[in-house]
Design a protein around this ligand. Sequence first.
Ligand code: FEO
Length: 387
Amino acid sequence: MKINDHVTWVGINDSSSKQFHGDAYRTPHGTSYNAYLIEDEKNALIDTVYSKHSHDFIEKLQNTMDIKSIDYLIIQHGEIDHTGGLMDLLEIIPDVIIYCTEECMYTIKGHYHRDFHFVLVKTGDILNLGKRKLMFFEMKMLHWPDNMMTYLLEDQLLFSSDVYSQHLDKSGHMTQQDKIDEAMKFYANIFTPFSRLYQAKIKQIKGYDLSIKTICPSHGFIWDNRDILNYYDLWSQDYQENQITILYDSYWGGTETLAKNISEGILVEDHTTIVKCFKISTCEANDLILEIFKSKAILIGSPTINNGYTSSIAALLNDIKGMRYHKKKASAFGCHGWSGEAVLQIRDFLKESGFDCLDKSLNCLWQPDESNAYEAHLFGKYIARHS
Ligand code: FEO
């Protein structure tokens, strides 16, 4: 797919893969592994693809050009969904020069246990291709230590690595809103812990006074306007919507009853708030992370089991802790039969994870009766007032 006269997308669309990062990230719309070829007096290939598509990738490249005429490989990130075609490629062009960050060199050596002809780049370094020039920008911890972006000066075209990506198979039809929604899910799950770094890095890049017309990420669709930059600006500044999310597990329905009554109480107090309620064992973890990302407050509910919370709640809390959220309110609720530790343990965990925990939580002995249901309703009203 031609992007312009001299830049060609040579990646792979994958509509069949529904999982990414092992089983950790559901990709119901598939994904694409984007690689880009820039043809000039010197030819440069930016990134490769996931190893399971390496054969198709090499074939595609062969149909596009003589692979031996590639002078430079630009590797923006060492994760194997972008370097998986490297070994097959280097069988054909073993002496090609690889431009990457120092950290990326270590990643490549760590993954493939081979040494190559590396040229290490830093922010602001320029590679001259002839009529056109590439400028590199280190993007440390966005989202690995090794990431970088590459800017094609003459075309005002930014190759952004994972930043601005969406897990979408590019060959499918998607609306602009579909693309934004998937980009948001990608941000919520991958970049949230690094939001402050993103802000600092973008400030540094703005200092170069670059005009950006087209953005070519490593997954999904190419952006032909700057809207995604505005969204990232928003998402990376303690983003929240007027949403309260209730996430719970329930063995015998008691904690679920509390969740429903809390939800009603919130809406009675403030009908403008979006309230979403999830029984987490029936949901995908990364969909829940997206909902938490959008929330101004979250409530987590669990029955007490073996003096603690359930294993599904433990897994969710583990995911939450890594996200380093800021400025979100939280509380906990749940039913118990005798000891009842889960609620306070969840509350403590959320507090340690950076949430602003409200003073009140809700603990109910045995199944909720009418009076407990009303207490949960009042708790919901309290949450609405304090979120
Ligand atoms: Fe698409 Fe961080 O790999």
